[in-house]
Design a protein around this ligand. Structure first.
Ligand code: HPA
Ligand code: ZN
Length: 342
């Protein structure tokens, strides 16, 4: 194994698995404004420059306010298709080979867009990605945690009809003062129906929210989870039970979870034996897709080939792909690192 730093070309070409991506967070500024005009949706920004100026986020909520406003430009199944297809092409250029993609049903249904419209567009794009790009992907609907547990249950019952398209259910949006236990009922229900669960926890919220997501919601993965290092007992548990963390480095810097990429705790998470993965979260808002995130931690934290390979292996292990697909993904990763010897 070479001891020199991985080249940028090597990082870009590395086969990748993306497990923490909000499809609404892939809406690029120019696309958002063009869609808003086409669909006659009024947005508070006159042009791309004004919109970009609104991207000076100070925390999660300041981002979410822009993100939900932007999502209102999406109206028709075709819009959701075009959004997801643009992401698939962009992801394939970063050699993303498998993805489990979040979307927020309530962001759309609460403004009168039927769930079926959203899912129709997204599913069509993902089917096309499989045949045209060799990219396998599944969807994960997330409940908005700034809304009620009852609203989440109503959303779940709407989603359940379309359940064959979904790899799991998740929980996202504002984390502060919105503990996972508020959603105990809906998660008990969906797990009883045989669905897997994931949840955002420990991004801005305390490590106790990670523990609660595991104990109460019984999630299989934690999205973000970076604040786990504040609780050594929790770290031991996450390591012992090999609970994956879907870490999003550039998101964490843009939302001020860490001041600089050099301060990110990804290396400490790996050193603690955790199944940490690298993901992009909302790439159109946070300045980077998958390769950008991998390059940021490679340079910012001085990761070597062995660390990159571990991150790649973690992504495969943490995914909900079936055993045959995991074997294919593993073979591609192995071949990429074997070529690094040449
Ligand atoms: N955290 C919580 N909710 C979100 C995020 C995030 O990083 N991105 C989109 N919705
Ligand atoms: Zn997220």
């Amino acid at each position: 194994m070479p001891t020199d730093a991985p080249s940028d070309a090597f990082v870009r070409a590395m086969p990748k698995v993306e497990l923490h991506l909000h499809i609404e967070g892939t809406l690029e500024p120019a696309t958002m404004l063009a869609l808003a005009e086409r669909n006659r949706v009024a947005l508070p920004w006159a042009d791309v420059d004004a919109l970009r100026a609104a991207y000076a986020f100070v925390d999660l909520q300041s981002f979410l306010d822009v993100y939900y406003a932007g999502a209102s430009a999406l109206q028709h199944a075709e819009d959701f298709h075009d959004l997801a297809w643009a992401w698939c092409e962009r992801a394939a250029a970063d050699n993303v080979q498998h993805a489990e993609i979040f979307f927020d049903p309530q962001t759309h249904t609460d403004r009168g867009i039927a769930l079926d419209v959203v899912v129709e567009g997204l599913v069509a794009a993902l089917a096309r990605a499989r045949t045209e790009l060799g990219l396998t992907a599944a969807l994960i609907p997330c409940f908005l945690r700034h809304l009620s547990g009852e609203a989440a249950t109503a959303t779940y019952l709407d989603c359940r009809r379309l359940g064959s398209h979904f790899a799991a259910f998740g929980l996202d949006s504002s984390e502060r003062d919105r503990p996972p236990r508020l959603f105990a009922d809906v998660f008990a229900r969906l797990r009883a129906d045989g669905f897997r669960a994931v949840a955002h926890a420990g991004e801005e919220g305390p490590p106790a929210y990670i523990t609660e997501a595991l104990d109460v919601l019984k999630v299989a993965r934690i999205d973000h989870g970076v604040r786990c290092l504040e609780d050594p007992d929790l770290v031991r548990r996450l390591a012992r039970d090999a609970i994956p963390l879907t870490v999003c480095p550039l998101s964490n810097v843009r939302l001020r979870v860490f001041d600089r990429i050099e301060d990110h705790n990804l290396r400490a998470l790996l050193d603690a034996g955790l199944v940490a993965t690298v993901n992009s979260d909302d790439p159109a808002y946070f300045g980077g897709y998958m390769s950008d995130n991998f390059l940021a931690v490679t340079h910012g934290l001085g990761l070597d080939h062995a660390a990159l390979r571990r991150l790649g292996e973690h992504g495969i292990a943490a995914s909900f792909a079936d055993a045959a697909r995991k074997a294919e993904l593993g073979a591609a990763l192995q071949a990429h690192f074997a070529a690094a010897h040449d």
